[in-house]
Design a protein around this ligand. Structure first.
Ligand SMILES: [Zn+2]
Ligand SMILES: [Zn+2]
Length: 398
């Protein structure tokens, strides 16, 4: 590794104590989407300590910082998300959540500490920057439909100065600690949601012939939705349809009037997303009609699929291979069907979304679980990754 300001890993290691403190404070006090008031205060306090100018958009828990604002050259935005989840923590960590039913179970505390760490090393090496670096601390990633990215974009986070490239990252237990994963093109799914209300005719369970039985019809719909996945789409274009909740009925001998099914549809291609909406509605209506029942379908669009710009991704991956060693930079061979509102930035600005390895052998972990506890050694890699990516994009101008 070169011993220059561009060796971002040693620089990030020197701010590890601060990153640990930020991470622990944020982790201890998790806040749900759009309620990140205390988290916003903590980010603001850290930026003030670092002497980094920032603004907080009105009626928002976001923070927008700017490093090297008068450096000539391309503007790179680095983004972290601030929100936690409605989970009761069971990690046993000394800095575990103090609020039952609230937990940083998706690692957004790590993302935020990494971005503050990157800001700390960048501001200290401002002369190494090939342009301004904008820091986007974004609320409400977990919200799922509007999300936090769209309101932040509406608040002008990609303007004044105009952002040329955007980079984000997410902790990933499937990638070993110490490594970073990258992928060109489609990397994460679009997530849409449906609510299907099947209306039959309730009555005594001993006389089901008197009306369409909403429970039986809803069951046919659940099975029919899976046939849709296996028979409508192309085999190499992944689609997931999952029904996550079924509600109907009160006791064993009463048939309910109504059953409500809720679920999600995940797709990678925009045209498949459109197609799935129309074929799902058509299929559900025809199943329900064939059994004499009625149906109402609500279909809500969530985050679009996430597409990493190939040129920017290559520039960043090459820089990370120098920064972290080629063996620690992994091309990820498949998309994941999870969703991220980072896709909203990538719809407007080229850039890339990286995966920060937090996998430790023998310590299985899954995002959103009550025992998710990413190793703090990822903080150094995460901060160095963001700093190296920003400078590489400014120099490489892909
Ligand atoms: Zn999450
Ligand atoms: Zn997340």
């Amino acid at each position: 590794m070169r011993d220059t300001p561009e060796a971002w890993t040693p620089a990030a290691r020197s701010v590890l104590p601060a990153m640990r403190a930020w991470r622990m404070a944020i982790h201890r006090e998790p806040e749900l989407s759009t309620e990140e008031f205390r988290t916003q205060e903590k980010v603001v306090a850290a930026l003030r300590d670092l002497g980094i100018p920032y603004r907080t958009p009105p009626r928002s828990t976001a923070v927008i910082g700017l490093v090297g604002g008068d450096r000539p050259g391309p503007v790179v935005a680095l983004r972290a998300d601030l929100d936690a989840l409605p989970v009761t923590e069971a990690t046993g960590l000394s800095f575990a959540s103090r609020t039952p039913g609230r937990m940083h179970a998706c690692g957004h505390d790590v993302h935020t500490a990494c971005l503050l760490g990157a800001a700390a090393v960048l501001v200290r090496n401002e002369r190494a920057l090939g342009g301004p670096v904008k820091l986007l601390f974004q609320p409400a990633e977990e919200e799922g439909s509007t999300g936090g990215a769209l309101p932040l974009i509406a608040a002008g986070c990609l303007e004044r100065p105009t952002v040329d490239y955007v980079v984000g990252q997410h902790v990933d237990p499937s990638i070993p600690l110490g490594q970073v994963g990258w992928r060109e093109g489609a990397a994460m799914a679009a997530a849409d949601f449906f609510r299907i209300t099947v209306r039959g005719r309730g009555g005594h369970a001993s006389t089901p012939h008197q009306g369409p039985d909403a429970i039986l019809v809803a069951s046919e719909v659940v099975v029919g939705l899976q046939a849709l996945v296996s028979r409508v789409r192309e085999p190499f274009d992944p689609v997931v349809v999952s029904v996550g909740s079924v509600h109907g009925g009160t006791r064993n001998n009463i048939l309910p009037d109504e059953v409500v099914l809720e679920g999600t549809v995940r797709t990678l291609k925009p045209e498949t997303r459109k197609q799935m909406e129309s074929v799902l509605k058509r299929r559900v209506r025809s199943i329900v009609a064939s059994l004499g029942a009625r149906v109402a379908i609500q279909y809500v669009h969530g985050y679009p699929s996430l597409h990493n710009d190939p040129k920017s991704t290559r520039v960043v991956a090459d820089a990370l291979a120098v920064e972290l060693g080629r063996a620690n930079v992994t091309a990820v061979d498949h998309a994941v069907m999870g969703a991220e509102d980072f896709s909203r930035y990538l719809e407007r600005v080229p850039g890339t979304f990286l995966r920060l390895g937090v996998g430790v052998p023998g310590r299985p972990a899954s995002l959103h679980s009550a025992t998710f506890a990413p190793d703090e050694r990822a903080l150094v890699i995460g901060a160095a990754t963001l700093a190296a990516a920003a400078v590489a994009l400014q120099r490489g101008r892909p």
